[in-house]
Design a protein around this ligand. Sequence first.
Ligand code: NAD
Ligand code: IPM
Ligand code: MN
Length: 362
Amino acid sequence: MRTHNLAVIGGDGIGPDVTAAALAAMRAAADRFGFTLSTTDFDLGAASYHRTGVALDDSAVEQLRGHDAILLGAIGDPSVAPGILERGVVLALRVALAQSVNVRPVRLYPGVQSPVRGITPQRCDMVILRENTEGLYAGGGALVHEGTANALALQQSVTTASATRSIVEVAFRLAAARRGRLALCHKSNVLTYAGRLWDEVVEEVGAEYPDVTRDYVHVDAMCQHLPLSPERFDVVVTDNLFGDIISDLGATVQGGLGLAASANLNPTGSAPSMFEPVHGSAPDIAGKGWANPAAAVLSGALCLAALGERDAALACEAAAASVVAELPALSGAAMGASTAEIGERIAARVATADPATIGDPA
Ligand code: NAD
Ligand code: IPM
Ligand code: MN
């Protein structure tokens, strides 16, 4: 029987609860479609940081590297200064494992109510491709004269032609396989150097894809167009920070952060890819059972698809979509069921969900 070796990082806050739901659905899919998931838990996040004083050591990275894929819940906790865990674990892994392409589908499932009036499933089905290793996330910086009237903070941004080209190529390939439309989202009217490089790369790669229609949208305008006219977008390619921001906006349009999945892909296969919900550890609701686990289950579906388990991926996606469509609300106590209960419902439905009802994974 086929076996996939998964590394599992539950992490902080709601992370372990939603990850348990994702694993239950993935295991149900493995039983149904005849493969095995072997899992190794990695204790990373606030508790391990408090115990060891280290966010992530080299040996953990090397052990993670030995797996077929990584499933991540969320990292970050109010007891640790901002950035230490987020940069030290999440960003460190994306860079160390060369996960340069972040795939964030924005799809409104049938029966799910978008908070934006008038948005229907037919109008909302796009994929945001976020460059995952560069931009303002990668540059150095400094804070000098801290605490004085002369304080000065510098935070540099890095954009290379090679990383930009690599995600833009993925974007054109995906657009050609979908509805044939690619939008570049940037801020080239102000960030003229990086913007010019993105423009040039899109121009150059686009020449090989004459059938893909190109669009350009400044990131500020995107914040209006994405919620009001999501049908304008098929594939959106963007830089790291803009992608971070507009994917939370996309999540809102599709029903909330509890429904938004993501894949951090290593496009060459030189190291494992990592699958995680778009949301964070949600300390405001941690421990209450108020988190919607669908985003984690849908991230698990992206993981199965990347492992070549297409039917299993579609069954998980269809099961999560149909269970959330029945909830009276998409987060909090108003869901009328706890994170664990919703996870059980989704896992049970994986056994019978029809993979053909949902359409191909992003
Ligand atoms: P967040 O995404 O954790 O939460 C934002 C809001 O959405 C909160 O009100 C939360 O309750 C709600 N929410 C999030 N996930 C939900 C779910 N599944 N169901 C229902 N409601 C949900 O963002 P934040 O509050 O800005 O960040 C909290 C911590 O998480 C910070 O430490 C941040 O750095 C970290 N973070 C980690 C990741 C990651 O590990 N990939 C991603 C984003 C944020
Ligand atoms: C995300 C998160 C991360 C990011 C943080 C936790 C570093 O917000 O995955 O969207 O900014 O990429
Ligand atoms: Mn984010």
